[in-house]
Design a protein around this ligand. Structure first.
Ligand code: PFF
Length: 454
C-alpha cells in the first residue's frame, strides 16, 4: 500500500484546537446538559469522567495511532495498518458513519443558525407556548430547516475547500477562542442570577441514590459521541499530525477541553433553569424550547440582557456545530480525494452535495414525511439509531480489538512513544491493557444492553 504525499497541521496549537473543535460540538452544549439532567446531575458527571479516562482517551489514542501511522484517509489508514486484510473494512465503516452523521448533524446545526437569526430578530421573546410552537412549526417546515442545512454546509464547504492549514486550522484557531470567551461571559451572567446556586449544586453535589446501570450506559455513549470517536474524524485529523506530536498528551488535552466546555455549558443552563424554577430534564428539546424561555424569564427584565444572551448563546452553539461538521466533512473529503485521485475541491463538492441530500431527507422526515417510517422510526431517528447505536459501538469495539490484539505491539509502541523519543513507555502497558480488555468489554456490554440482551 503506497503512502501519500499530504498536508499537515502547521503548529501544536493548531493540532489541539482543530481536534478539540471536532470534539466540542452539539454533544457538549446540547446533549451533555440534557443527559446530565435526565441522569441525576453530579452522579452522571462523575461516571462520565471515569468513562473519559478509562475508555475515551485510550480509544482516541488508538485512532491517533492508526491515522498518523497511515498518513492517509481513514479507510486507507486501516488498510495500511492491517496490511490490506479484512480489518480494512473497519476504516470503510468509519468513513460511512462519518458521512451519514454529517447529513443529520447538519440539520441540527442548521436549527442553531435559525435560532441565531430568530434571536437577533427578536422572535424568541414570547411566552412558553409560543416558543414551543415556534420550534415545532419551524422543525416541521418543508423549506426553512432545509435552507439552513444548506447554508451551514455551504460554510463548511468553503472552509474545507481551503485545505487543512488554510481552512480547518485557521478556522479552528479563530472560532475556538471566541467560543470559549462567549461561554465564559454567559456562565458569569447565568451564575449571578438569583437561586443560581441550586443549579450549581445539581451539577456538583452527587446524589448516589440516582446511580443505576442506565447512568453508566448513558455516560459511556456520551463520552464516545462527545470525543468524536469511531466516526473516522479523529483518525483523519491525526493523519495530518507530525511525527513529533505527543499523541497521549494531545488526547488528554483535547479531552480536558471537551469536558470543560460541557461543564461550562452545564453552568449556563442549570443555574438559569433553576433560577426560574424550570426542571432541566426535558430531553433534546432543552436547548430549543426550554432555554429560550429560561433566558427570557431569567434575564428578560434586566434591560435587553435576555436578548443579548440569547444571541450570544446561539452564535456559540452554531460555531461549535460548525467546527464539528468540518471534521465530519473532512472524513469523506479526504477519502474521495485520495481514493478517487480527484482534486480536493471536487471531493469537497461531492461530499457537500451528498450531505445536502442526506440532510434534506432527514429534515423532511421530521415534517412532511413524518408518516413514512422504516423499522418504526422516521428517517431522522433511523440515521441517529444506525450511526449512534449500531455503527459507533461496532467501529469502536473493532478498533480496540484491532489495535489490542491484531496489530504487532511494536508498531503501536513506536507510534505511542514517537519511536522511543518520548520516554512514556511506562504508560504504554496501561494503555494496551485498557484497549485490549477494558474498552472492548465495556463497549460490548453497552451494545448488548441497549438491545435488552444483557
Ligand atoms: N463530538 C461532536 C459533538 O460533541 O457534538 C459530535 C461528533 C463530531 C461526533 C464528529 C462524531 C464526529 F465524528
Amino acid at each position: 500500500m503506497t503512502k501519500l504525499e499530504r498536508a499537515s497541521f502547521g503548529s501544536k496549537l493548531g493540532v489541539i484546537l482543530a481536534t478539540a473543535g471536532s470534539a466540542v460540538g452539539l454533544g457538549n452544549i446540547w446533549r451533555f446538559p440534557y443527559m446530565t439532567g435526565q441522569n441525576g446531575g453530579a452522579v452522571f458527571i462523575i461516571i462520565y469522567v471515569f468513562c473519559i479516562l478509562l475508555l475515551g482517551i485510550p480509544c482516541m489514542i488508538s485512532e491517533f495511532i492508526i491515522g498518523r501511522h497511515g498518513q492517509a484517509n481513514t479507510a486507507r489508514a486501516f488498510r495500511i495498518m492491517s496490511g490490506d486484510t479484512i480489518w480494512s473494512l473497519i476504516g470503510y465503516m468509519g468513513v460511512l458513519t462519518g458521512f451519514l452523521i454529517s447529513g443529520y448533524y447538519a440539520v441540527v446545526s442548521g436549527w442553531c443558525l435559525e435560532y441565531v437569526w430568530a434571536s437577533l430578530s427578536g422572535k424568541l421573546l414570547g411566552n412558553p407556548d409560543y416558543i414551543q410552537s415556534y420550534f415545532v412549526t419551524f422543525s416541521q417546515d418543508p423549506i426553512k430547516p432545509v435552507f439552513w442545512t444548506f447554508i451551514i454546509l455551504l460554510g463548511t464547504y468553503i472552509i474545507i475547500e481551503n485545505g487543512v492549514r488554510n481552512g480547518i486550522e485557521k478556522a479552528s484557531k479563530l472560532m475556538m477562542p471566541i467560543l470559549f470567551i462567549l461561554l465564559l461571559i454567559i456562565v458569569v451572567a447565568s451564575c449571578m442570577l438569583p437561586n443560581a446556586e441550586k443549579g450549581i449544586e445539581f451539577l456538583f453535589k452527587p446524589d448516589i441514590s440516582k446511580l443505576n446501570s442506565d447512568v453508566f450506559l448513558a455516560a459511556l455513549g456520551q463520552s464516545f459521541y462527545s470525543l468524536s470517536i469511531a466516526m473516522g474524524c479523529i483518525c483523519t485529523y491525526a493523519s495530518y499530525y507530525s511525527k513529533q506530536t505527543n499523541l497521549t498528551a494531545s488526547a488528554v488535552n483535547i479531552s480536558i477541553i471537551d469536558f470543560l466546555v460541557a461543564l461550562l455549558a452545564g453552568l449556563i443552563i442549570f443555574p438559569a433553569a433553576f433560577s426560574v424554577g424550570v426542571n432541566p430534564d426535558s430531553g433534546p428539546s432543552l436547548i430549543f424550547i426550554t432555554l429560550p424561555n429560561v433566558f427570557h424569564q431569567a434575564f428578560g427584565n434586566i434591560a435587553s440582557l435576555g436578548y443579548i444572551i440569547s444571541v450570544l448563546f446561539y452564535t456559540l452553539l452554531s460555531m461549535a456545530a460548525l467546527t464539528s461538521l468540518m471534521s465530519l466533512h473532512e472524513v469523506s473529503t479526504a477519502f474521495l480525494e485520495e481514493e478517487l485521485g480527484t482534486t480536493r475541491k471536487r471531493a469537497a463538492m461531492f461530499v457537500t452535495i451528498g450531505s445536502i441530500l442526506v440532510g434534506t431527507v432527514c429534515s423532511l422526515s421530521l415534517g412532511p414525511w413524518q408518516d413514512f417510517k422504516l423499522f418504526d422510526m422516521t428517517i431522522f431517528d433511523l440515521f441517529d439509531f444506525v450511526t449512534g447505536q449500531l455503527f459507533l459501538p461496532i467501529v469502536g469495539f473493532l478498533t480496540c480489538i484491532f489495535i489490542g490484539w491484531y496489530v504487532p505491539h511494536k508498531i503501536v509502541r513506536d507510534e505511542f512513544t514517537n519511536m522511543g523519543t518520548l520516554r512514556n513507555e511506562h504508560l504504554f502497558h496501561s494503555y494496551i491493557f485498557l484497549v485490549k480488555y477494558v474498552c472492548p468489554i465495556c463497549i460490548l456490554f453497552i451494545f448488548l444492553h441497549q438491545f435488552g440482551l444483557l
